[in-house]
Design a protein around this ligand. Structure first.
Ligand code: PMP
Length: 396
């Protein structure tokens, strides 16, 4: 597969890319520069929660682009206020700050917790995070992340992120000292291999935080906005956090993220956090279209129905091919392959003819599935049937 590389050579390489250029997308399908179609079960790493080019979002963008693009973050604008109100009405949070990426939202969450620690907790600043967690690629969020190797590559790290083991309350408790201000985690570790935090663990963390006067921060950049079948994944645990970050699906394809906090924690003053594009009305207008689609009657029920279909299909494949089962929440699921054949399956699925399929293997021994939340029953069946064929080819 060849294409004019002169433009590609001008890009700074940040990731290894297959020789593939996508030119358009619709729903669960992408088309490359040669007209080949791909069934997309990555959806930009769970970003396109409504698939490619969803009509309500495209319309909202067109309308907003022709009305008001960027008045300045120094003034209010209607889309931002309206989206903030929607999010606070649907959650346990009172205040929202709109960011441009998940990493920026998490950077804001870390700063907010540290400022709260300065004001209310005698300068406590440490935030306990989890091994194998992923919170972004700014320096502080890389330091907060438990990704192996990151502690060395960009050393020295930002100080103050001791790491505990996910789902092991004792390991968190052992790290709490009088410098600790917060505990931060993903309700389901996404990049770490689709590992849900258990309900007991979440409830234990809330109790531990309350006992020691700590903040509980959930990073819902990957799990929020319907991905788990609930609007926010924290709802699954029956626990109410103090701070939540959102990203990816909140904009359904446009760069929008959010930092949400309870009133008592919302201690940012003028100038503490912000930037040129924060709360940009073009992005928040798209965000309103996404929110209204996700919260329309029946939408989350259909996410749960598709999740059930995916889960059952993966269990069938696991049984047929002697794999280790599947896990996850809602439409964020992993098939445990039992051997390191993830990259081979991903490549074979992409190269399948006449139609390819996009899958992801965050670890060599598992596949991660992040379809559009409105994926059709038929596209789900197609993916499962084709995956069966791809596995047969890889194992032959
Ligand atoms: N937190 C989590 C849980 C994520 O999955 C990601 C992205 N994979 C991020 C933060 C970073 O988001 P962004 O790429 O928008 O900076």
């Amino acid at each position: 597969m060849n294409f004019d590389r002169s433009g590609a050579d001008a890009l700074m390489e940040i990731t290894s890319r297959p020789e593939l250029v996508f030119v358009r997308g619709q729903g669960s399908w992408l088309e490359d520069h040669e007209g080949k179609r791909y069934l997309d079960f990555i959806q930009g790493w769970a970003v396109n929660c409504l698939g490619h080019c969803p009509e309500p979002v495209v319309k909202a963008l067109q309308q907003q682009a022709a009305t008001l693009l960027n008045p300045s973050p120094a003034f209010y604008n209607e889309p931002s206020m309206n989206l903030a109100r929607r999010i606070t009405s649907a959650s346990c949070f009172d205040r929202v700050f709109f960011a441009n990426s998940g990493a920026e939202a998490n950077e804001g969450a870390i700063k907010l917790a540290r400022k709260w620690g300065q004001l209310k907790r005698n300068g406590a600043y440490k935030i306990i995070t989890m091994d194998h967690s992923f919170h972004g690629r700014t320096l502080a969020t890389m330091s907060a992340s438990g990704k192996p190797g990151w502690d060395r590559i960009f050393a020295p790290q930002v100080d103050g992120f001791p790491k505990a083991d996910l789902n092991d309350l004792d390991s968190v408790r052992a790290l709490v000292d009088d410098q600790t201000v917060a505990i931060m985690l993903e309700p389901v570790q996404g990049e770490g291999g689709v590992i849900p935090a258990t309900r007991d663990f979440m409830q234990g963390l809330r109790a531990l935080a309350d006992e020691h006067g700590l903040l509980l921060i959930v990073d819902e950049v990957q799990t929020g906005y319907g991905r788990t079948g609930k609007l926010f994944a924290y709802e699954l645990s029956g626990v109410e956090p103090d701070i939540m970050t959102l990203g990816k699906g909140i904009g359904a394809g446009v760069p929008l993220a959010a930092l949400c906090a309870r009133e008592a924690v919302s201690v940012f003053a003028h100038g503490d956090q912000g930037g040129t594009y924060n709360g940009n009305p073009l992005m928040t207008a798209a965000g309103i279209a996404v929110f209204d689609t996700l919260t329309a009657p029946g939408f989350l029920d259909s996410v749960q129905a598709r999740a059930q279909q995916l889960s059952e299909g993966l269990w069938d494949l696991s049984a047929k091919w002697g794999m280790g089962g599947e896990r996850g929440e809602g439409l964020l699921r992993a098939l445990l392959l039992g051997r390191d054949e993830g990259p081979a399956i991903v490549d074979a699925a992409r190269n399948w003819a006449p139609e390819g399929m996009l899958l992801n293997a965050p670890r060599p021994n598992l596949l991660r599935f992040m379809p559009a939340l409105n994926v059709t029953e038929q596209d789900m069946d197609t993916m499962l049937a084709r995956l069966d064929e791809v596995i047969a080819k890889v194992r032959s």
